[in-house]
Write a protein that binds this ligand. Structure first.
Ligand SMILES: CC(C)(COP(=O)(O)OP(=O)(O)OC[C@H]1O[C@@H](n2cnc3c(N)ncnc32)[C@H](O)[C@@H]1OP(=O)(O)O)[C@@H](O)C(=O)NCCC(=O)NCCS
Length: 164
């Protein structure tokens, strides 16, 4: 299985925007987001991934050259002021490609290409994703990752942090 991470160029912004629809549709079970009057989900940070802000990087996950998902990263940490922390803002594998190790392979590639401090926020109700992160982080860090539970009136989340 040949998994590749490809930085998404401005030319492919529309492709990411299209893929984002599937992600947000899937995720609307968890975050209860509604569509706009054109029937589309809006992702308010899309433009910022194609701006001068170099800390925001969008990647396609490709399997044998086919786009099967995406990962968006930024340097927005919710548990630390450290601007060197990289956060995984969004992580998506298309339904038909799930549970065959693509997400795990993409994550390994990501953190080995960009070693350092990492963070990921997972909604408490997103049980599949929580299992995915816990399993992978246990393996990748040999158990040396931190998990913090945070809640406010809007959301209940687990924040996983680790260094590779
Ligand atoms: C979470 C997600 C990225 C996982 O991708 P994936 O390619 O299916 O993950 P993998 O095949 O590498 O899974 C590795 C392990 O994680 C765990 N896991 C993954 N998805 C799971 C699920 N839905 N339920 C329970 N455990 C799960 C399993 O232990 C799995 O190993 P196994 O299949 O041998 O049991 C994918 O389900 C997805 O895109 N979900 C929708 C978007 C989302 O919630 N993203 C995360 C935001 S924090």
């Amino acid at each position: 299985m040949e998994i590749e991470l490809q930085k998404i160029s401005l030319d492919n912004k529309d492709a990411l925007n299209n893929l984002m629809q599937f992600y947000l549709y899937d995720y609307s079970d968890t975050d209860k987001r509604d569509i706009n009057t054109w029937g589309r989900f809006e992702y308010e940070y899309l433009d910022s991934y194609f701006s001068e802000d170099e800390s925001r990087v969008p990647f396609f996950i490709k399997l044998n050259d086919i786009i099967v998902g995406f990962i968006l990263i930024n340097n927005y940490s919710i548990i630390s002021e450290d601007k060197n922390v990289k956060s995984i803002a969004e992580f998506f594998v298309m339904k038909k490609y799930r549970r065959i190790g693509i997400g795990s392979a993409a994550l390994k590639k990501l953190v080995s290409t960009l070693p350092g401090k990492w963070e990921i926020k997972v909604n408490k109700n997103n049980e599949g994703a929580l299992s995915f992160w816990r399993k992978n982080l246990l393996e990748l860090t040999k158990g040396k990752y931190l998990e913090k539970y945070l809640e406010d009136e809007k959301a209940q989340v687990y924040v996983e942090s680790f260094e590779i």
